[in-house]
Design a protein around this ligand. Structure first.
Ligand SMILES: NC(=O)c1ccc[n+]([C@@H]2O[C@H](COP(=O)([O-])OP(=O)(O)OC[C@H]3O[C@@H](n4cnc5c(N)ncnc54)[C@H](OP(=O)(O)O)[C@@H]3O)[C@@H](O)[C@H]2O)c1
Length: 282
């Protein structure tokens, strides 16, 4: 088997090293509720991803109503110390007590004593972020989580989350980012880069669309990818991870897709090619 040439980036200012390519799990074990039948395939895909050095798995208590975390536990097995696991507490569970309860439930489903990165899945304006972050810092103090992150937070909400933390740094914000959705380039990307907050780009394959696109801009992508002996998806993922603050978490249940995605690291699009893609996908 070809082993990927993985690259690593610092998670926020934490000193921890994160592979630039992780493994998404939305749809593994089910979507918003548990669905039986696909677990073995998902476990196999995650294990292949780990073998190919994508040793970073992103999940959430909400995915498959918690069952996705159980699938992750199966895939990781005895390799726990060698895998960076990120999970998320849902927006409706952001009160102090609920954050603590959600984390304990996630730990049980993940069959682990700690979560490497615990993220607020989406903001909830009815609960002060200071309350949520107090609970997050308690979990950090107890060793149940190693780092604190957010997801789907605007610049303003990210600032508030940073300010609400008294003992720890906010290390990451997980947001949608791909050639097909570049809205974070308006402000969040430069803010995060300046603050040393890692952007974890979700839906980087445009939920599969990047492999299927037809027309002029897709020809540009294919032609640029071809110069490096790469596919459209590999070039689209590389376009994300060449950016200083960005890592990404494509989800793939197909083994061929996992292999293809792993080939997005270990090389770099030139600045000229990045610019050409920026114009084609403006
Ligand atoms: N924080 C949030 O609110 C949030 C929101 C959305 C997603 N996420 C996270 O981000 C992860 C990734 O996002 P996503 O699942 O929405 O979208 P995605 O990774 O852009 O796309 C996943 C889809 O693309 C297909 N795919 C993957 N690699 C491919 C390849 N090389 N060639 C062709 N098709 C390929 C997959 O097919 P197969 O599965 O059949 O291989 C799947 O249908 C999620 O799984 C989740 O962990 C977080």
């Amino acid at each position: 088997m070809t082993v990927a040439n993985m690259d690593y980036k610092e998670l926020g200012k934490s000193g921890a090293k994160l592979p630039v390519l992780g493994l998404g799990t939305w749809g593994m074990g089910g979507f918003s509720s548990m669905r039986s039948g696909g677990d073995d395939r998902a476990v196999q895909a995650l294990r292949l991803g780990l073998e190919l050095e994508m040793r970073f798995i992103d999940t959430a208590e909400m995915y498959a109503s918690g069952h996705s975390e159980e699938v992750v536990a199966r895939a990781v097995g005895a390799e726990r110390e060698k895998v960076f696991i990120a999970s998320k507490v849902s927006g409706e569970n952001l009160s102090y007590e609920r954050v603590l309860r959600s984390c304990n439930s996630s730990l049980a489903r993940l069959q682990t004593g700690y979560i490497d990165l615990y993220q607020v899945h989406w903001p909830n304006p009815s609960i002060p972020i200071s309350e949520t972050m107090r609970a997050m810092e308690r979990l950090l103090g107890e060793g149940k989580i190693r780092h604190i992150g957010v997801s789907n937070f605007s610049v303003e909400q990210t600032r508030e989350a940073q300010t609400a933390l008294s003992k720890a740094d906010l290390v990451s914000n997980q947001v949608e980012y791909s050639l097909l959705d570049r809205s974070i380039e308006e402000d969040l990307l430069s803010f995060a880069t300046g603050q040393h907050i890692t952007i974890i780009a979700y839906s980087p394959v445009g939920r599969g669309q990047i492999a299927k696109g037809r027309g002029r801009r897709w020809e540009v992508l294919e032609q640029i990818a071809g110069k490096y002996g790469k596919t459209k998806v590999q070039a689209a993922l590389n376009w994300l991870i060449v950016k200083e603050a960005v890592v990404t978490i494509p989800k793939a249940a197909s083994l061929d897709h996992v292999r293809e995605n792993a080939g997005a690291a270990g090389w770099k699009l030139t600045r000229e090619d990045q610019t050409a893609l920026n114009s084609a996908f403006a």
